[in-house]
Design a protein around this ligand. Sequence first.
Ligand SMILES: [Mg+2]
Length: 166
Amino acid sequence: MSGYHPLISPDKRTVFLDLDETLIHSKADPPPQKFDFVGAKYEVVVFTAGLKEYASLVLDRIDTKGLISHRLYRDSCKEIDGKYVKDLSEMGRDLGRVVIVDDNPNSYNYQPKNAIPVKPFIDDLGDSELEKLVAFFERCDCFEDMRDAVKEYFGSEGDLEVQEEV
Ligand SMILES: [Mg+2]
């Protein structure tokens, strides 16, 4: 895999964040107001199916505080039947210590138990998805395995959201 060099596994747990329609709506967006909260507690890796040529420019703009530890682009995805899958098993991280936040269910086809589904970030006014994430990250510490926390907080809701997008 090119573009990603797993470092020593961090003390922090890791959040793989999608970019388009999850972290931002368009390249004109300002940095998300509530983004900082994640960076203090978690290793933040932005993992996008977008091309590096585009996405790296966007990330330069929004990551003014250097909260993003790693950037992964389309060349780190697996292309399966024309869809881009983000395989978390190849990231040098314990799968019990990672989650992926993504609006596209195809992205987490390989590790659905690690996935926090979010609705596409269309309108930042009134968007409740970040609130949902804040609540999750504030409460998931008591779970040894992040997959148990995901199941607890997003189990049934997550299933419904995935079905809606099919
Ligand atoms: Mg997306």
